[in-house]
Design a protein around this ligand. Structure first.
Ligand code: HPA
Length: 270
C-alpha cells in the first residue's frame, strides 16, 4: 500500500509542482463548487496510478488543483463509495495521497438524510461526531506505522476549532446551520422507515453513505477534519417517504451556495 500511495503521490506532485494547503471532498450534487476555484490543473482519476474510478451520477471524477480563498487546494470532484464495490482501503486511498501531497486540513461535504425532526430539507449540518459501526472500518488489516497508530484516538474527529470558525462564518452570512451526529450506512438503498427510526434511536441526526471511512483515515494520519452534511431529504417523517437520487441532487444544488461560501471563507482562514 505504501508503494501505491508513493506512486500516486509522485504522479500528482509532478503535475501540480507545489504543496496544497487543504484537501476538499465534494459530495453528491455539490460539484459546481469547483467554479469558485481558480483552477490550475485538472487530473482525471483514471490518469492517476492506483486511483479507483467513480461511477455515480453527479460525481465527475477528477482531482482539481488550484486557488481558493487565497490558498492552494486540492479538490476531489467525485468520491469513492463503499456501495460501488470498492474495498474500504480503496475508498480512502485518495485521502492518504492528499495527505502525502502535503495537505494540512481536510474539508468534506456530503448529501445526507435528516433524522433529527427539527431539520429541514436544504439545511446544512456541521458534523460534530459520527457513528461508524454500520460500515467497515478502513483501518482493518495490517497497520502501516508510517500512516498512524494501530489504535487511533477518536475523541475529537471533527475539530472543534474548525467548527467554531465555520459557525462564525455562517452567523455572519445569516445562515441558520445545524450541528449533529452523522451515521454512515453502506447504501445503496435509502433507509426503510424502520431503519430511519433505528439510526435516530442510535443517536444520529443525519444518515449517509460516505464520509466516515474518509474521516477515520484522516484522523489515523493526524489530519484535522471539518465536514458538512447537506440535508437533502427527511427520512424520519411519517408521511410519503419516497426518496430519489434526483431529489437528493436537486436539494444539494440549492444548498450549494451556502456550503461554498463557508468552505471558501474557512480555507481563507487556515
Ligand atoms: N440516506 C442515506 N444516504 C443519503 C440519504 C438518506 O436519506 N440522503 C442522501 N444520502
Amino acid at each position: 500500500m505504501m508503494k501505491k500511495i508513493a506512486e500516486a503521490t509522485a504522479y500528482i506532485k509532478n503535475i501540480i509542482g507545489a504543496e496544497p494547503q487543504a484537501g476538499i471532498v465534494l459530495g453528491s450534487g455539490l460539484g459546481s463548487f469547483t467554479k469558485e476555484i481558480k483552477i490550475e490543473h485538472e487530473i482525471p482519476y483514471g490518469d492517476i496510478p492506483h486511483f479507483p474510478i467513480s461511477t455515480v451520477e453527479g460525481h465527475s471524477g477528477k482531482l482539481i488543483y488550484g486557488e481558493l480563498g487565497g490558498k492552494k487546494i486540492l479538490a476531489m470532484a467525485g468520491r469513492f463509495h463503499y456501495y460501488e464495490g470498492y474495498a474500504p482501503q480503496d475508498v480512502v486511498f485518495p485521502i492518504r495521497v492528499m495527505k502525502f501531497l502535503g495537505i494540512k486540513t481536510l474539508l468534506l461535504s456530503n448529501a445526507a438524510g435528516g433524522t433529527n425532526p427539527s431539520f429541514k430539507v436544504g439545511d446544512l449540518m456541521f458534523i460534530t461526531d459520527h457513528i461508524s459501526f454500520l460500515t467497515p472500518n478502513p483501518l482493518i488489516g495490517k497497520n502501516e506505522k508510517e500512516l498512524g497508530t494501530r489504535f487511533p484516538d477518536m475523541t475529537e474527529p471533527y475539530k472543534k476549532d474548525l467548527i467554531a470558525k465555520a459557525k462564525t462564518i455562517a452567523d455572519k452570512a445569516g445562515y441558520d446551520v445545524k450541528q449533529g451526529v452523522y451515521i454512515a450506512v453502506t447504501g445503496p438503498t435509502f433507509e426503510t422507515k424502520a431503519e430511519y427510526k433505528m439510526v435516530s434511536i442510535l443517536g444520529a441526526d443525519a444518515v449517509g453513505m460516505s464520509t466516515v471511512q474518509e474521516v477515520i483515515t484522516a484522523v489515523h494520519m493526524g489530519l484535522p477534519v471539518f465536514a458538512v452534511s447537506v440535508i437533502t431529504d427527511l427520512g424520519i417523517r411519517e408521511d410519503e417517504n419516497v426518496i430519489t437520487h434526483e431529489e437528493v441532487l436537486q436539494a444539494a444544488k440549492e444548498a450549494e451556495p451556502k456550503l461554498t461560501h463557508i468552505f471558501k471563507e474557512l480555507v481563507a482562514q487556515l
